[in-house]
Design a protein around this ligand. Structure first.
Ligand SMILES: C[S@@+](CC[C@H](N)C(=O)[O-])C[C@H]1O[C@@H](n2cnc3c(N)ncnc32)[C@H](O)[C@@H]1O
Length: 287
């Protein structure tokens, strides 16, 4: 089963739950363009599985020399991106609704192809990578991220003192109570790991990796308890919407009941660290 990000609710919560500050993205990509000799030069960029344009929309605004094409299967995610593009008036971003499994671009069309948080939602991720590589003449830019918040969801054994730990601990307990599968087992495609080691290995094995470098950044962000409830209710992470809706509804309502019982204020604030890693792979010339 592949995960289709079709729910309008997921699209609506995505940027809020998974936001990356624009200065982080533009700083990191300025360094990518510098180190690859593309700074200020006109270049074609594919954002493969672009979603709401969380990664590439800020780049289109900051670097007018880029010609970006965002490809995604989800009309809801693309709808939000379209609104952002129209509102900003930028002219260097094109959208296409298509599957990466059927991507059929002339070989070497792009100087850079960005792949961010998408291969873990595609069972046959290797075919998607093959298609993206084929369309790319220059560099593959693999963006991965993780946050303290996400690690807490993954680590069901961790019940700390902090509000964030307690919230996700209760969420995990309730998932178990309603016999929902573990977070990891509901992921398809590659494992969620900082640095995309599985993709790098696949490229190496296929003789596609000529050279690489990596960049990373960390920042802190804050959520209110209300935000966390919205993240759970609107299913901001893929493991939240691959499960049975009825049982998940019970998890959400019990979680709200628990917050009341524990007298946890809606506006209580929690902070978490977020990490982003950008692997820049110069693709080997193919015959
Ligand atoms: C977690 S979102 C990431 C979006 C964006 N890359 C980012 O980092 O913000 C995953 C995206 O992959 C898209 N996706 C999943 N399978 C796809 C496929 N086969 N072809 C194109 N897009 C796909 C989904 O529609 C969704 O928008």
């Amino acid at each position: 089963m592949d995960i289709s990000w079709k729910s309008g609710e997921v699209a609506g919560i995505f940027d809020k739950a998974r936001g990356i500050p624009e200065y982080i993205l533009t700083e990191v990509f300025a360094e990518v363009f510098d180190r690859t000799g593309f700074a200020g030069k006109r270049c074609n960029v594919l954002d493969a599985g672009c979603g709401t344009g969380r990664i590439s929309f800020p780049l289109a605004k900051k670097f007018p020399n880029l010609r970006i094409r965002g490809v995604d299967v989800s009309g809801q995610m693309l709808g939000l991106l379209e609104q952002k593009i129209e509102k900003s008036g930028i002219q260097n971003y094109e959208i296409e609704k298509a599957s990466l499994l059927e991507l059929n671009e002339p070989p070497g069309s792009y100087d850079f192809s960005i792949v961010s948080s998408v291969l873990h939602t595609i069972t046959d991720w290797k075919t998607a990578v093959d298609n993206i590589v084929n369309a790319t003449g220059g560099y593959l830019v693999l963006v991965s991220e993780t946050s303290g918040m996400y690690r807490l969801v993954l680590n069901r054994q961790k019940y700390g003192e902090g509000l964030m730990d307690r919230f996700w601990g209760e969420y995990s307990r309730l998932r178990k109570k309603y016999s929902l599968p573990g977070v990891e087992s509901t992921q398809v495609g590659i494992k969620w790991q900082l640095g995309c080691p599985e993709v790098l290995e696949y490229l190496k094995t296929g003789g596609l990796l000529e050279s690489r470098f990596e960049l990373s950044r960390r920042w802190a962000t804050e959520f209110t308890v209300d935000d966390l409830v919205e993240i759970v209710e609107k299913k901001a992470y893929s493991h939240m919407f691959t499960v049975d809706d009825v049982a998940y509804g019970h998890v959400v309502s019990d979680l709200k009941g628990w917050l009341k019982k524990e007298k946890i204020p809606n506006l209580g604030r929690v902070s978490t660290n977020k990490d982003i890693k950008v692997e820049v792979v110069k693709l080997a010339v193919r015959g």
